[in-house]
Design a protein around this ligand. Structure first.
Ligand code: P6P
Length: 316
């Protein structure tokens, strides 16, 4: 007996107006999935300036994805604000309800041309409390992973559930309560950036590379897809740690990844699944944003691994 997303949402102990916001993002994700599946045939790619087989200029898929999200949001009277990585300013929709959505409509789009999993990440907040709220104030968070299957991963803060898009275009529940394994032998970091790393990152990674012969006392594997949704979905499903730490090159911008629509939703999803999240120095969910496109360091995943990284930062 399968449980559809609509049935699951109706059974959640949450305001059904909030549930309708999640349903709206699920509908947008299903539409984006359908576009991505056929994009190469239409000559659409992850990069601006693509042309189709007739040589006609094509909108980049992240712009198309943003248009899809905005179209769905305009049709839900409960949503009055959209913050998007694709839009410099927040969109305010007149005479609509009390929720705000912050989204990266197509994260990792540079991977599309090589058919690697990408995703839509979103965060839901109370629109009446302003654009800049701590991640701990999120009312819901989720992402769609457009991979071999299209997964939808959701939380209202207490637990994290996984849905899969079926052949009829309906999301069905496939994991009711996913938990991040507390320990893991897998870490995700772009090792080509080693020359920029701080001492804490260098120390933690060196322990992993030393494997069973070093202080970690076990063998590690390294996986880096270069698509946050792909890397974090793997960590949710089988454990591990994702690291985009502050380094000497990103420090001037505050980090690489965005707080409102990448770090915060992913941190809520991972923590609701029993994992941990940090900038290295602070809990991501306790950061007070200074801008809608603020960048931050992101370290999250299996609790024991995140705690080891925090230990390295505590050494100063
Ligand atoms: P790098 C994709 O561009 C992205 O924003 C995330 O999805 C991904 O984790 C990260 O950047 C990859 O960064 O420096 O390895 O290309």
């Amino acid at each position: 007996m399968t449980t559809t997303l609509a049935q699951w949402l109706a059974a959640q102990p949450v305001d059904q107006k909030l549930a309708s916001v999640v349903a709206t993002m699920a509908d947008a994700s299903a539409e984006i999935a359908a576009v991505l599946r056929l994009a190469p045939i239409a000559g659409q790619t992850g990069l601006a300036g693509a042309t189709n087989v007739q040589g006609e200029a094509q909108k980049a898929l992240d712009v198309i994805s943003n248009d899809i999200v905005l179209n769905h949001i305009r049709q839900n009277p409960e949503i009055s604000i959209l913050v998007s990585e694709e839009l410099d300013e927040a969109v305010h929709i007149e005479n609509q309800g009390g929720f705000m959505v912050a989204t990266d409509p197509l994260d990792g789009s540079s991977n599309l041309d090589v058919n690697v999993t990408v995703g839509t990440i979103f965060s839901v907040l109370d629109a009446r409390k302003g654009l800049l709220q701590k991640g701990s104030a999120q009312l819901a968070a989720g992402y769609a992973a457009y991979g071999p299957a299209t997964s939808l991963v959701l939380t209202f803060g207490a637990s994290t559930a996984v849905f899969t898009l079926d052949g009829s275009g309906t999301f069905v529940l496939t994991v009711e309560r996913v938990t991040v394994a507390p320990a893991s032998g897998e870490y995700a970091i772009n090792t080509a950036r080693e020359r920029f790393w701080d001492a804490a990152t260098r120390g933690y990674v060196a322990e992993n590379v030393a494997g069973e012969t070093g202080p970690a006392g076990k063998r590690y594997n390294m996986r880096w897809v270069g698509s946050m949704v792909a890397d974090i979905h793997r960590i949710l499903m089988r454990g591990g740690i994702f690291m985009y730490p502050l380094d000497s090159e990103t420090v001037s911008k505050g980090g690489r990844l965005r707080l409102l629509y990448e770090a915060n939703p992913m941190a809520l999803l991972v923590e609701a699944a029993g994992g941990k999240s940090t900038t290295g120095q602070e809990k991501i969910l306790e950061l007070m944003p200074t801008g809608i496109h603020q960048r931050v360091p992101v370290i999250l995943g299996s609790a024991e691994e995140v705690e080891r990284v925090e230990g390295w930062y505590a050494r100063g």
